[in-house]
Ligand binder design. Structure first.
Ligand code: ATP
Ligand code: MG
Length: 410
């Protein structure tokens, strides 16, 4: 195995917790190496999130070694060789070098090995089969480094066979393409994905949504979505996405206006759903209540900002939408009709702090209307009158109008 590159030691590798876990593991006499996302991202100069470690030690021995160092060991996926070590609250996933003997669905019967090349061969994509030791030396058993530099997202070995073993890899391919790939995408992989797409129904919806939501948060997922659409992948997992081309505009707008990407906004930009449709999608992907509410408001808002309308009209929209949703809709509106001056409305909520409506049901009751009967209706009439005043009528004026209404009833 050639030394192909090296990684700066002043970062996550040098962190005391990383060193403690590596010390513990290597006390068994065998060298461990970092693998996967941490090596890939470090080589690209990106922030490293989770540290995954590969070791020739068996999982049982890994647990012993970790516990002997007074660290906590959790047998996260002990059957396929994964143990999580916790050091100062930071988790490290440690996986024994392995070969997949037999795969069924998403599961595999594995055999442990001490051969790094065998371990590399069972990984999904070449850019994810890079290792480095604690000195920062990079090991590249299958040419992942070249691919990483060139933005080539390629399966390790035969694309079709690798997806057949584990259908999740199909979605991972598009996610990694969105984050690290450059066009053109690997045709062998795309064709294999198209042929295998009907098998995506083997995945749990939670899995699908987890991958999709991560893919949606790529700096620019447009190309990945457009390929997923033309290769018939979206039809199996997100048939509602009938305007994926809009994603491109939204990404551009987010970047121009320096707005953080949001997976729900991006999802809403590529579908066209009424209230039932939005709810059905939220149920299918098991959204949390907060996600469901936000998504359904994005798809079916109670009002819309309007770049062609006057200030008073937009203040009414702001009142109905509240600032956060108002801004979200400005972004979605700009995506759908880019010729209008949507960005001009972006600071509208900040420049138009609206007062709260000061009349309550109790005021109506105090005015002599029996509890329950018309209290709600009357309150709404006063509120509409107050809105019509462009929110300028104060509490006393509202109370005077309320009293007029009550008098007119009797
Ligand atoms: P990130 O954590 O940023 O999503 P990652 O590459 O670290 O990226 P993980 O899901 O943490 O991804 O997996 C760690 C490594 O395990 C991967 O880099 C890859 O080598 C391997 N791996 C993960 N999932 C699969 C899979 N379904 N098939 C084959 N290898 C996989
Ligand atoms: Mg990882």
């Amino acid at each position: 195995m050639e030394r192909a590159a090296s990684i700066d030691l002043k970062n996550w590798i040098a962190r005391p917790q990383t060193q403690t876990v590596m010390d513990a593991l290597e006390r068994g006499g065998k060298s461990a190496r970092f693998v996967g996302g941490c090596v890939r991202d470090a080589l690209l100069g990106l922030n490293v999130k989770d540290v995954d470690i590969a070791t020739p030690e068996t999982p049982e021995r890994v647990i012993e070694l970790i516990e002997e160092a007074d660290l906590r060991a959790i047998p996260t996926g002990i059957d396929h060789g994964t143990v999580t070590a916790i050091c100062d609250g930071i988790p490290f996933e440690i996986t024994t070098l392995r070969r997949d003997i037999e795969t069924y669905g998403r599961r595999a019967r594995v055999s442990f090995t001490e051969d790094w090349a065998e371990d590399a061969a069972r990984r999904d994509l070449t850019l994810n089969a890079l290792y480095c030791d604690r000195l920062g030396k990079v090991y590249d058993p299958i040419g992942g480094l070249e691919d990483l530099k060139a933005g080539r997202i390629r399966f390790v070995g035969d694309a079709r066979a690798r997806i057949e073993e584990d259908i999740l890899r199909l979605l991972r391919f598009f996610r990694f393409f969105a984050f690290y790939g450059s066009a053109p995408a690997d045709v062998e992989a795309l064709n294999a994905c198209r042929d295998m797409a009907p098998q995506l129904n083997q995945l749990s919806v939670e899995r699908v949504w987890k991958e999709l939501s991560r893919l949606l948060l790529a700096p620019d997922p447009t190309q990945a979505f457009s390929l997923m659409s033309s290769y018939g992948i979206l039809a199996h997992i997100l048939p509602e996405a009938n305007r994926s081309k809009d994603l491109h505009h939204l990404v551009q707008i987010e970047s121009d206006l320096k707005v953080q990407p949001s997976y729900l906004r991006r999802l809403a930009s590529i579908v066209d759903l009424d209230a039932n449709g939005a709810n059905a999608l939220a149920s299918r992907f098991k959204f949390s209540n907060a996600e469901r509410d936000e998504f359904s408001e994005l798809c079916n808002p109670p009002d819309w900002p309007d770049p062609q309308a006057d200030r008073k009209r937009n203040r009414l929209a702001l009142y109905r939408l509240k600032p956060e949703l108002f801004i979200e809709l400005v972004l979605l509106g700009a995506t759908r009709s880019p010729a209008l001056d949507w960005p001009g409305l972006l600071s509208f909520p900040e420049d138009n702090a609206l007062p709260a409506f000061s009349i309550t049901g109790q005021d109506v009751i105090d005015g002599g209307v029996p509890t329950g009967s018309d209290v709600g209706n009357i309150l709404t009439q006063v509120e509409n009158w107050w809105i019509e005043s462009d929110f300028t009528a104060d509490r006393d004026s509202c109370l005077a109008y309320l009293s007029e209404l009550i008098t007119a009833r009797s």
